[in-house]
Structures are given as structure tokens and as C-alpha cells.
Design a protein around this ligand. Structure first.
Ligand code: HEM
Length: 460
């Protein structure tokens, strides 16, 4: 069998957990109750079947789900759409006016200042640190011996370790535990703030997430502020991310970021740079535990490419089955399952006219399982990403990293990292499923498995 070929003997079809959609858009009251539990449960069947679904719960509020690839391109690649106040309202208390939450010229100069760190050649120099972080987790697994582990927490530890080692010259800071803990606490409550924002309820009206989210934001910003102050005291030089943020100048004004702004961006990178990749790896290990034949294939590939030595930069482009499995995992469980935009003027999608200011939702989760775009969409099948099949896909049919100018800045970083970590883990241990855990994918800005991810980890 060719290394890149399909499985010679088709394994039993795997249909991992999904969400059964309501038949039609829910009424506002039940939609809200559902939304707080899991925003993905509000996506009705037509969103998985039609090119566009318009929902007008009241004359002033329009929500539009857009799934047809050329419509999605219009939203993400055109000039007429920008990020909404909703995103700013939900994430702004922690991420301030940083790259993820800003628009226009203010966004552009920040993106330019950070882009050099994420060029492919630069990323390959980070592989040693990635392997180091993966090996540290494997050593803990070996010390603990075979047993059930909270693999979701393990993945958070490993990816935070990677982002801190690569982005901060001094390595993992003392604040790491606090940042992981408070980041998770913040996201857990995020759908309350999202629901409040969609209802246009005032920010002074509290909800059950108000205080926990504010407290988490305050603590995270305080911790990152301490990291920045330490670096200022040591001298701001350094080719790492923090050094670059401190040295960056707005080309139009010549002004540097003040400390608050540096904190916003450093926190954005630390959070966006570990949480999403952790979720991608968590779901991938679940799928491999449920599809042992694919787990064996990944392991065999890693042995063939890297033997028993460390995974190196030169191996990454040869770990093709490993990469295909990760891509299929991010199709079924996109770590960032929903994007939101707002049209600046009235806009036509085919025959449908959408008013300026409407909420345009790009439901990546539903696009990745859309009935008109994929055959047997709920089935796990990494061969969808064989090279020819992948090339034939419109770029907005499969888009775990978004698309257009706001496409994930860390995309190449994340793909290399996911391959290096998965390869190291699967070669070092066997992952087994208990036969009972069918975690619902829950959107909390990122896509989490309900009930966490307990898997049997057996070091090899
Ligand atoms: C599997 C892992 C990842 C996934 C699925 C992912 C997904 C995404 C998506 C969908 C967006 C676009 C948001 C939008 O258009 O509204 C985004 C933006 C962003 N991501 Fe990622 N991301 C991942 C890993 C990373 C990593 C490792 C980093 C940094 C080290 C990172 C940094 C960013 C930044 C800074 C932005 C904002 C870009 C901008 O607005 O210009 N991401 N990510």
C-alpha cells in the first residue's frame, strides 16, 4: 500500500459524536436557553442544508447563517464586512484592543508587527521547543504508568508549554498555571456574555458569568502585566514575541504600544496560541482512540519517518497521514467553530438582501458537516484530505483557520505544532476509549468536549 494511499481494508465506519439539530430556527426564548448551554445547538437543520438562512426574531435583529463557499468568501474576503461589537464585548475585557478584537488601520499595523514571527522558516526553528514540550508530557505519562488521564488537560499543559517556550525568551513563566486556569474559567462563562450581546442587553446588567469573567480577565491581565514589567526591568531587547511587541512602532504615527496594549497582544497570543491547538489535539486523540486502525497507521508512519529519535523540522512535511488525520479531526471538530461579521452596507447574497449591521454568522462547524458540500459528512474519514481531493475543495469549504485577511496568524505554527505533538504522543503511547464516553462538542468560543476527555493512556 502506498504511504499516501487510502486504507486497503476499509475499517468499520466511525460516526463520532455530533449535535442533532432542531428542525427549524428556535423561537427566541428557547433559542436563548439552548444558546447558553451550547450555542451550536441553536443551528437548525436548514443551516446544514441550505446556502443561507435568515432569522429575524424581531424587526431590529437579523441573524444570517452563511454556508455556501462563494457567499462565505464574500463575507471573509470582501471589504464590506468587519468584526462586530459582539466579539469586542465578549473578549474585550481580557484581550483589550489587541490584534484579535480590533478593526481597520489599528488592526493592520498590529498584524504587520507580529507577522514576521509566524513565517514558515521561522516556525521550523521552533520545532525543537515543540518536541521538548511533547517529551516532557510523555515523561509524565511514563512516570504515572498506564491509566485513565484527563487528556484535555494534558493537551492544555503541552500546548501552553510550547507557546511559552517559543514566544517568551525566558521560557515558561511562573504565571503559567494562573493563565491556564483563568483562561478556562473565562471561556466557560462566555456564552452568557454572547447571549447578552446578541440581545443588545446593556453591559451594566449582570448575568451569571459577569463576575467570574471580570475576575478572570483582571487576574490574567495582571499576570501578563507582571511578565511585561519584568522584561522592561531587564531591558526590552529580544527577538522573541515580547521583544518584538515592545519594539513595534505604528508606521503612521511612529508610536510604540503602551504597556496596556502590549498586555492585550501578549495575552491574545498566549491564549489564542494554546487553547485552540489543545482542543484540536484533544479531539484528534479521541478519534484515534475510537479508530485504532488509524492510530496504528499514524504510529507506523512516525516510526518510518523518524524512527525512535526526536521529531525534527525535516520530518514534518513527510508525516502526511498524521497531518491528514489532524485535518479531518479539525473538520469534524473545528477548534474555533463559529465566526461573526457585520456588513457595513446593505449586501446581496444571490437573491437575498441583508441589511447593514446584521449579524452574519459563518458557522464553520456546520459548513464542515454541510449536506451539500460533503458526502457522508458525519463520518470520520481522513482520506478526504488526500492531495487531489483537498486541492479540489473551495478554500471556504474547509476553513478551521478562517479565511481572508483575518485568517489565523498562527496557522502554520499550529499545523506544525499539531503534527509534532501528535507524532510524539502516538509513538510513545497507546490511547484507548472506554466504550462509554460520547462527548457533546460544546462551543465556548473554542470547541470543548462536554465532560472533558478521559482516555486510557498506555505508554509503549
Ligand atoms: C489549531 C489551532 C488554531 C485554530 C483552529 C485557530 C483558528 C483561528 C481562526 C478561525 C481565526 C480567525 C478568527 C476570525 O476570523 O474571526 C484565528 C485568528 C487568530 N489566531 Fe488562530 N487558531 C489556531 C492556532 C493559533 C496559534 C497557535 C496562534 C498563535 C501562536 C494563533 C493566533 C491567532 C491570532 C493572533 C489571530 C487573529 C488574527 C487577526 O485577526 O489578524 N492561532 N485563529
Amino acid at each position: 500500500m502506498a504511504e499516501t494511499g487510502a486504507l486497503a481494508v476499509p475499517a468499520a465506519a466511525l460516526y463520532p459524536p455530533t449535535i442533532v439539530p432542531p428542525e427549524r430556527p428556535l423561537r427566541l426564548r428557547s433559542a436563548l436557553a439552548m444558546y447558553v448551554r451550547n450555542p451550536l445547538r441553536v443551528l437548525s437543520r436548514p443551516v446544514y442544508e441550505d446556502p443561507i438562512v435568515v432569522f429575524e426574531p424581531s424587526p431590529k435583529r437579523t441573524i444570517v447563517w452563511v454556508t455556501r463557499p462563494d457567499f462565505v468568501e464574500q463575507v471573509l474576503l470582501g471589504d464590506n464586512f468587519q468584526k462586530t461589537a459582539v466579539e469586542k464585548r465578549v473578549l474585550g475585557s481580557s484581550l483589550g484592543d489587541g490584534i484579535l478584537t480590533s478593526n481597520g488601520a489599528h488592526w493592520r499595523w498590529q498584524r504587520r508587527a507580529m507577522a514576521p514571527l509566524f513565517r514558515h522558516q521561522e516556525i521550523l526553528t521552533y520545532v525543537t521547543e515543540m518536541t521538548g514540550a511533547a517529551d516532557a508530557l510523555v515523561a509524565r505519562w511514563r512516570a504515572a504508568g498506564t491509566g485513565v488521564r484527563a487528556v484535555d488537560e494534558d493537551m492544555t499543559d503541552a500546548t501552553f508549554d510550547v507557546i511559552a517556550r517559543t514566544m517568551l525568551m525566558g521560557g515558561v513563566p511562573a504565571e503559567a498555571e494562573l493563565l491556564k486556569r483563568e483562561g478556562a474559567a473565562f471561556l466557560t462563562k462566555s456564552s452568557w456574555e454572547l447571549a447578552w450581546a446578541l440581545l443588545h442587553l446593556p453591559t451594566w446588567l449582570p448575568h451569571p458569568g459577569t463576575w467570574p469573567m471580570r475576575r478572570a480577565s483582571r487576574r490574567m491581565r495582571g499576570a501578563v502585566g507582571d511578565i511585561v514589567s519584568r522584561r522592561r526591568a531587564e531591558g526590552a531587547e529580544g527577538r522573541d514575541l515580547l521583544g518584538r511587541l515592545l519594539a513595534a512602532r505604528n508606521p503612521e504615527t511612529g508610536v510604540a504600544m503602551d504597556d496596556e496594549h502590549v498586555v492585550s497582544n501578549l495575552l491574545t497570543l498566549l491564549e489564542a496560541g494554546h487553547e485552540t491547538t489543545a482542543r484540536a489535539l484533544t479531539w484528534t486523540l479521541y478519534l484515534l482512540a475510537r479508530a485504532p486502525e488509524w492510530q496504528d497507521r499514524v504510529r507506523a508512519e512516525v516510526m518510518a519517518v523518524a524512527g525512535s529519535g526526536p521529531i525534527e523540522a525535516a520530518h514534518v512535511s513527510r508525516l502526511l497521514i498524521t497531518e491528514r488525520v489532524i485535518k479531518e479531526s479539525m473538520r469534524l471538530y473545528p477548534p474555533a467553530p463559529v465566526l461573526v461579521r457585520m456588513p457595513l452596507t446593505d449586501t446581496k447574497f444571490g437573491d437575498v438582501t441583508v441589511r447593514a449591521g446584521a449579524q452574519i454568522v459563518v458557522p464553520i462547524y456546520a459548513i464542515h458537516r454541510h449536506r451539500k458540500l460533503w458526502s457522508d459528512p458525519d463520518r470520520f474519514d481522513p482520506d478526504r484530505f488526500l492531495p487531489d481531493a483537498e486541492k479540489a475543495m473551495p478554500r471556504t469549504q474547509y476553513m478551521p483557520f478562517g479565511a481572508g485577511p483575518r485568517i489565523c496568524l498562527g496557522m502554520s505554527f499550529a499545523l506544525v505544532e499539531a503534527v509534532v505533538l501528535l507524532a510524539t504522543f502516538v509513538r510513545a503511547a497507546r490511547f484507548d476509549w472506554d466504550g462509554r464516553h460520547f462527548p457533546e462538542p460544546v462551543s465556548r468560543v473554542t470547541l470543548r468536549p462536554k465532560g472533558g476527555m478521559p482516555l486510557m493512556v498506555a505508554p509503549l
